[in-house]
Design a protein around this ligand. Structure first.
Ligand SMILES: [Zn+2]
Length: 83
């Protein structure tokens, strides 16, 4: 049994919202995030993106295009700044 997930496995888990982690898998996942700065930064970015995309999807119906494109610009800036 291997305790250390690879960074590739972590990014796959992060990208797949529907994926349900088992108890052990969950421990391994958080263990990796605890020691791997790259993956914990990546996870934050994925969460930010998915929240932002949901916000855009929800608001697209009621806001005008200018607001949406500003939001999209903000996201791109945030991501490229690594925040
Ligand atoms: Zn990693």
């Amino acid at each position: 049994m291997k305790w250390m997930l690879s960074c590739k496995e972590i990014t796959e888990i992060c990208c797949d919202e529907d994926r349900k982690l088992g108890f052990i898998e969950n421990i391994k996942f958080w263990f990796h995030l605890g020691i791997c700065k790259a993956c914990s930064a990546y996870k934050k970015q994925v969460e930010f993106m998915s929240r932002a995309m949901k916000k855009i999807m929800n608001e697209r119906a009621v806001v005008d295009e200018k607001v949406v494109s500003k939001l999209e610009k903000d996201i791109i800036e945030k991501v490229s700044n690594g925040a």
